[in-house]
Design a protein around this ligand. Structure first.
Ligand code: NAP
Length: 256
């Protein structure tokens, strides 16, 4: 059985990936902070799909935890065939705020952990001549709504760099750029999203299935749904002055 390791696999987009992969017969390794949630999710998957599920309680903001998880990623015992760096959270604090602790945590979880775990996976998979790494970025990467956009832009460019380095080795590497997905992300992060029109929302299960299909096809960037692919295309091709205006308008619309 192939094995997939997913960070943040108990809820939201990570859970949708875990469900889609379990249905395909993958064994799973799930890593996030909520140990009770990990155990409950693992028990569900074992019962429903008859797969093996390993749980590794991990706070990706803590370097020791990330290094411990990287050891599992690089292990030759039950090797990881697919790494999904999914864990993350909204960060929309002012860039002028003297308390930068949340920004630091965001960069540790969504940049440094991604770099360390992808490096471990890349080494192990290159040695075996096969495997796949999927990093969850965001369509926010093409605009400039604060440090969250900057972090997700880093994820997309970093992932392209990794894809270049692993080109021709048999290892697939892809950045996923979701639009707005109905998960706990907005409530947890205090993002005002209840007044958004229904058509902007993407279903997490549909997103995961499309992303896995795009990964199979060897895509390096995946933007599920035609409407979000169009939005990202517009964001990348408009003059930057226009994307800055859109970003300012979006940021103001979310202020409470
Ligand atoms: N929802 C959207 O509209 C949207 C759009 C674009 C991109 N994304 C990206 O998609 C990814 C998943 O988001 P989601 O919407 O599924 O959000 P979610 O429902 O809030 O889930 C976030 C997951 O990340 C885990 N996590 C957060 N901080 C962590 C830490 N320090 N260590 C380990 N795990 C941590 C959480 O687990 P614990 O709390 O148990 O640790 C949880 O499983 C994120 O990278 C997000 O930036 C989301």
């Amino acid at each position: 059985m192939p094995t997939a390791l997913i960070t943040g696999g108990t809820v939201g987009i990570g859970h949708a990936f875990a469900s889609a992969l379990a249905a395909k017969g993958y064994d799973l390794v799930l890593a996030s902070r909520d140990e009770a949630g990990l155990n409950a999710t693992a028990a569900d998957f074992r019962t429903i799909h008859g797969i093996q599920v390993e749980v590794i309680p991990t706070d990706l903001a803590l370097r020791d935890d990330v290094l411990r998880l990287a050891d599992r990623v690089e292990s030759t015992v039950k090797p990881i065939d697919l790494l999904i760096n999914n864990a993350g959270f909204a960060v929309h604090d002012s860039l002028l705020d003297p308390d930068f602790s949340r920004q630091q945590r965001a960069m540790d979880v969504m940049c440094m952990a991604v770099l360390i775990l992808s490096g471990a996976a890349g080494r192990a998979m290159k040695a075996r001549g096969q495997g796949a790494i999927l990093n969850v970025a965001s369509s926010s990467a093409v605009i400039s709504t604060g440090n969250y956009s900057a972090i997700k832009a880093w994820v997309t460019v970093y992932t392209e760099g990794l894809a270049n380095e692993l080109h021709g080795t048999g290892v697939k590497v892809m950045a996923l750029m979701p639009g707005w997905v109905k998960t706990e992300f907005h409530t947890r992060g205090g993002v005002k999203a209840h007044n958004l029109p229904g058509f902007v929302w993407v279903n997490a299960d549909d997103l995961a299935k499309q992303a896995l299909h795009d990964l199979d096809e060897g895509k390096v960037w995946s933007v599920p749904t035609k409407r979000w692919a169009f939005a990202v295309w517009v964001g990348r091709h408009l003059p930057r002055r226009a994307t800055r205006w859109i970003s300012r308008t979006l940021t103001k619309s979310r202020e409470k």
